[in-house]
Write a protein that binds this ligand. Structure first.
Ligand code: SF4
Ligand code: SF4
Ligand code: SF4
Ligand code: SF4
Ligand code: FES
Length: 398
């Protein structure tokens, strides 16, 4: 904390004029102006529960609904055109001198602000705001005394299967937030819904029964990807409904980038091929399939930005002959490429060759050999594997 404060002092030991000081739960916090109360709290390790907020997305509050969305063939017209997104309301805090509680994720910091994140009033309001979210979402397991370690395949409380938690249980953001806030006794029993579930398109599944209308996915699609294949509306009951802007994802212009899946806090959008605890391997299967474990996503990103020399340096971290490999490798990475499920695999091998053919020698500037060890290693065979072994052994001083 002290280090953070020092970082923001100018050379005379005064605070930078672009920062503000506020007090959160009697703790002094200093942060750049323009940040939100939530960001200030997080910078000081003060937890505030959130659901619609995501650090990479603009706030939900104020977002405009679409005219209509589709859940498959079902078209849902927006019934409240003048009503912007209200946000989940779980991040409320009290600010001294203000009569109403405010959403910390969309409230900018001010100098001298005094914030309370955990008093009785704030906690009660969060609990109240969680009620409508859980009223339209299955929550029997969240209130169950036997939830710890329960596989949910058999229920000792006789909860029907379609009312039990989904496989996201244990890794679910909604579950964590509900556990933290506490579920009000006033939460009505969830009445099972029969909304569409889509399992047949590439890469990810959609189960609208598990959607809480946080609109993160729509913001990720529009603001991170610039696509806007999905949006939200208010249905005739005033409930936020998410859907595609045309009957299918493909017709809506979806690029199958799965950014929406990445930000979804529930089991509504799930990646088809990600196993529990194996996200890194399963989301980047090309790197796992590459015998040399080259950081393929990184070099493809660099090539896309016109940085062939840097891309070549990334490849050379693992293999000393990118130009040769770019011509002879049988590229098992391309068999694993997830893009193949959508249309065709990325031309990973040919792009390696391209980067190698364009390189200007950047890798040599960073290349270092350790001190001579005096040890010798005999290598049998002078093919790509033998030469690679020789190259890296030499770099290690042998
Ligand atoms: S499946 Fe039944 S016993 Fe298990 S956590 Fe859910 S409600 Fe409780
Ligand atoms: S998303 Fe799944 S695990 Fe999370 S609260 Fe809902 S049903 Fe339970
Ligand atoms: S997968 Fe499709 S809907 Fe999801 S963010 Fe990407 S483009 Fe948008
Ligand atoms: S699909 Fe997921 S991210 Fe999108 S609104 Fe529903 S819960 Fe939120
Ligand atoms: S997290 Fe702030 S309104 Fe939802």
């Amino acid at each position: 904390m002290l280090g953070n404060i020092r970082d923001k002092m100018n050379i005379s030991g005064e605070f930078d004029m672009n920062t503000v000081k506020l007090t959160i739960n009697e703790q002094e916090v200093e942060i750049e102006s323009g940040k939100t109360v939530l960001e200030a709290a997080r910078s000081a390790d003060i937890y505030i529960p959130t659901l619609c907020h995501h650090p990479d997305l603009p706030p939900a509050k104020g977002g405009r609904p679409a005219a209509a969305v589709y859940q498959g063939e079902v078209k849902i017209e927006n019934s409240m055109p003048d009503e912007p997104d209200k946000g989940c309301g779980l991040c409320v805090v009290e600010i001294e001198g203000e009569s109403d509680l405010v959403g910390s994720c969309a409230t900018p910091v001010r100098d001298g602000m005094v914030v309370f994140t955990e008093n009785d009033r704030v906690q009660a309001k969060r609990k109240e705001n969680l009620i409508p979210i859980l009223a339209s979402h299955r929550h029997a397991c969240l209130t169950c005394a036997q939830q710890e370690g329960c596989p949910r395949t058999q229920c000792s409380s006789n909860v029907p299967e379609n009312e039990r938690c989904c496989p996201q249980f244990g890794h679910c953001e909604l579950q964590n937030v509900a556990n933290y806030i506490g579920i009000s006794d006033a939460t009505p029993k969830w009445i099972p819904t029969d909304l569409p579930i889509f399992r047949d398109h590439p890469l990810f599944e959609r189960d609208y029964n598990l959607c809480i209308g946080c609109t993160r996915c729509a913001r990720a699609c529009r603001d991170l990807r610039g696509v806007e294949a999905i949006g939200f509306v208010y249905d005739e009951n005033g409930r936020v409904r998410i859907g595609t802007l045309a009957p299918t994802l493909a017709d809506s212009g979806c690029k199958f980038c799965t950014a929406c899946v990445e930000v979804c806090p529930t089991g509504a959008l799930t990646d088809k091929s990600v196993r529990a605890g194996k996200k890194e391997e399963d989301l980047v299967p090309c790197r796992e399939a590459c015998p040399a474990r080259i950081d393929i996503p990184e070099y493809l990103r660099l090539i896309a930005r016109g940085k062939q020399d840097e891309a070549h340096a990334v490849i050379r971290e693992k293999v000393p002959f990118p130009a040769i490999l770019g011509r002879v490798c049988i590229h098992p990475c391309e068999d694993a490429c997830r893009r193949g499920e959508v249309n065709e695999a990325v031309a990973i091998c040919a792009l390696k060759r391209y980067a190698a053919d364009q390189e200007k020698g950047l890798w040599k500037q960073k290349s270092q050999a350790t001190e001579e060890t005096g040890k010798k290693v005999a290598i049998v065979g002078a093919g790509p594997a033998g030469l690679t072994a020789a190259f890296y052994l030499r770099k290690q001083g042998h």
